[in-house]
Design a protein around this ligand. Structure first.
Ligand code: HEC
Length: 206
């Protein structure tokens, strides 16, 4: 994604130095939105609203990255930080065995799923987690030995929960889903994924 940002920035910079005024062309954003709203149909948990309606943060994140100042990112992070719901009972860690299943599970919120069915977290799609799993994506950093390297201090536990609950609280416009904020994972599921990352007995920390 980064190289696309760079290309866009270069294009804009190029246009400016050449003194080319941006012609008012077709509004592709609006056209795409209108097409999604009129041609797509909701089916099960895959609702048209999920792709046709953006919340305030998504709207800002869809703008040209070059036009988004760090000031704006800080604002997004502050607003998203406020949305995080921490476990009221003080229980942060569940079972890593369940967390592993959630991390492996890429199902959920698709048109073939029943409304209200349990979603997966699909963490392996973007992260390395345990050493003996060789099928993983690398959009996100490797989380192998996450707990072993960082320990279980109150700050780390709280940060990790917050990152999973709403990734944008710590990085505006992150490509990591906002699992808690958007109701993708339940509190109990987040606990299990937390254990996968932080429990010393978890294969992530071997
Ligand atoms: C679509 C890709 C994607 C998915 C799916 C994803 N992540 Fe991430 N994750 C990222 C990216 C990218 C980062 C780097 C920081 C950022 O951009 O937010 C990240 C960062 C993190 C971090 C912070 C790492 C650090 O060094 O502080 C944690 C913890 C994390 N992810 C956990 C998870 C867990 C647990 C899941 C599954 C429930 C998950 N991620 C699913 C993309 C993803």
């Amino acid at each position: 994604m980064r190289h696309i940002d760079k290309a866009a920035a270069l294009l804009i910079a190029g246009a400016c130095t050449m003194g080319v005024a941006a012609a008012a062309g077709p509004d592709y954003g609006k056209m795409a939105h209108d097409m999604l709203s009129s041609d797509f149909r909701s089916k099960g948990p895959a609702t048209v609203e999920r792709v046709s309606q953006q919340d305030d943060v998504q709207k800002i994140c869809s703008e040209q990255p070059a036009a988004r100042a760090r000031k704006v990112d800080a604002k997004i992070e502050a607003s998203q930080l406020k949305t995080i719901v921490y476990p009221a009972d003080g229980v942060w860690l569940g079972k890593w065995e369940e967390g592993e299943k959630i991390a492996q599970n890429g199902r959920g919120m698709q048109s073939s799923d029943a409304v209200g069915s349990v979603n997966g977290g699909n963490c392996y799609a973007c992260h390395q987690l345990r050493k003996d799993e060789i099928s993983f994506g690398n959009i996100g950093p490797s989380l192998y030995q996450y707990g072993k390297l960082r320990g279980q201090s109150a700050e780390i536990v709280r940060y990790t929960w917050g990152k999973i609950f709403n990734s944008q609280a710590f990085r505006a416009c992150s490509s990591m889903p906002r699992f808690g904020h958007n109701g993708i994972l339940t509190e109990a599921q987040i606990r299990d994924v937390m254990a996968l990352l932080l429990d010393p007995a978890s294969p992530v920390n071997q």
